[in-house]
Design a protein around this ligand. Structure first.
Ligand code: BES
Ligand code: ZN
Length: 408
């Protein structure tokens, strides 16, 4: 079958599962969610993978409400992976969850062998990290959160994207090595993604990818004010600051790509299409870093979390090794329980991904997806800077290394 992933290219939005009560398609929401949570909420599970503990359901508004209430953070976010449309064939779901299961088994085999991954100190990298500035992150978050909304639907879906694209062209214009800036169109949303590619000198076909979603949302969509300062102007800004410094350094051996994704809030839309295209083109992606929510220090400043589901154990170990060598902050482990951000788009297509975020799932900023997601005294740009350091250290180390996912 050509199509293995439901976020892309679905033919029908109409529900075809006869065992679901008859709700019109616009009232229902297809989701992948934590199986226990679905069972607890007594929501019919239409397909389950017991090893990864993920269930597929189509939610009515009542079920959606129940799931939100049961989830750790009341109504602050879905606690499920929202599919952009209802798949017209259960085999699509099966294929999707089989891919996640395959990845899960590979990860378990990595984790069954004790490893001691270390990264040697490079004084040039340590110096480069000192050039990152929290104030630059503040400026970018201030700018991005001043748009009424960065929602992926509607007449203004690309206003901020076009502005950002122009800024990227200016920023990269005087680079001493080949850099390309692209606006990427999507089939699943009118919003575009932005990609900056720094061409690798000796291994241009090996990619290290850094991403953040650039869109915002208010409630479950619509035209409301959606400043999305923490979710995810903050991750977008942390990424931009890392790229700014990377552009002033030597050309990396591997190709570095920085991506600002469209339509994450409507079901990981932009990243799904990009990851699918890279899979079809058989691109050699060494690693993918996702930054989503970086400026609320919910567990204390400089205490961050590494998301352990839908991510690569090798890359998580690698990130911790980078931390030991260059940052030495505390990195906690936690799960989302569902594919909560763009890392999941890459992971389910077999690419190693890692996702450091501001705090543990339950300590995250509570007002995302509302008009209260703004800059305030509870936010810390120094906390955001930690993520720029991780991204830059990864760019300069992994971009010039032979290291890759261990074969097992
Ligand atoms: N930034 C959130 C993801 C997130 C929330 C990570 C809380 C960790 C803790 C992201 O933008 C988001 O809102 N994701 C959706 C799911 C997505 C597939 C539509 C969510 O969590 O409901
Ligand atoms: Zn969000």
């Amino acid at each position: 079958m050509k199509q293995s992933f439901i976020f892309i290219g679905l033919l029908a939005s109409q529900q075809v599962f006869s065992h679901i009560p008859d709700f019109s398609a616009h009232q229902t929401q297809a989701v992948y969610a934590d199986l226990n949570l679905l069972k607890q909420a007594r929501i019919p599970v239409l397909y389950a993978d017991n090893q990864t503990n993920i269930g597929y359901s189509v939610l009515t508004p009542t079920m959606l409400q129940k799931l939100s209430e049961l989830s750790h953070q009341h109504g602050r976010c879905g606690n499920f992976e929202a599919l952009s449309q209802i798949p017209n064939d259960i085999n699509i779901v099966k294929k999707d969850l089989d891919a996640v299961n395959k990845q899960h088994k590979k990860d378990l085999s990595y984790m069954s062998v004790a490893r001691n991954l270390t990264v040697a100190q490079n004084p040039k990298i340590a110096e480069a990290l000192q050039e990152l500035k929290a104030d630059n992150i503040k400026q970018t978050v201030t700018w991005l959160s001043s748009y009424h909304s960065r929602y992926n639907k509607g007449a203004n879906a690309n206003v901020h994207v076009n502005d950002f694209y122009e800024k990227m062209k200016l920023m990269t214009a005087n680079s001493s090595f080949p850099v390309t800036v692209d606006l990427i169109s999507h089939r699943s949303t009118p919003q575009k993604s932005v990609r900056v590619s720094i061409k690798g000198s000796t291994k241009p076909d090996e990619y290290v990818i850094f991403g953040a979603h650039y869109d915002s949302i208010s409630g479950w969509g619509g035209t409301g004010r959606a400043p999305g300062a923490d979710d995810n102007a903050s991750g977008s800004a942390s990424l931009l600051e890392a790229m700014r410094v990377a552009l002033t350094k030597e050309q990396p051996q591997r190709t570095l790509e920085f991506m600002w994704y469209a339509g994450e809030e409507s079901g990981l839309l932009g990243s799904a299409e990009i990851a699918e295209a890279y899979k079809v083109e058989k691109r050699n992606v060494i690693a993918v870093l996702q930054l989503d929510m970086t400026m609320f220090p919910g567990d204390g400043e400089f205490k961050i979390t590494s998301i352990t589901d839908f991510t690569s154990p090798w890359l998580r170990d690698y990130m911790k090794a980078l931390n030991t060598t260059y940052l030495n902050i505390e990195i906690l482990d936690d799960k989302c329980g569902y594919g909560c951000s763009d890392h999941a788009s890459w992971n389910r297509r077999g690419f190693p991904a890692v996702f450091p975020t501001e705090a543990k799932f339950n300590s995250m900023f509570q007002y995302i997806h509302t008009d209260k997601d703004v800059i305030s005294s509870v936010m810390s740009f120094e906390h955001s800077l930690v993520f720029s350091k991780i991204a830059l250290a990864m760019a300069l180390d992994l971009g010039n290394s032979t290291q890759r996912e261990a074969l097992h």
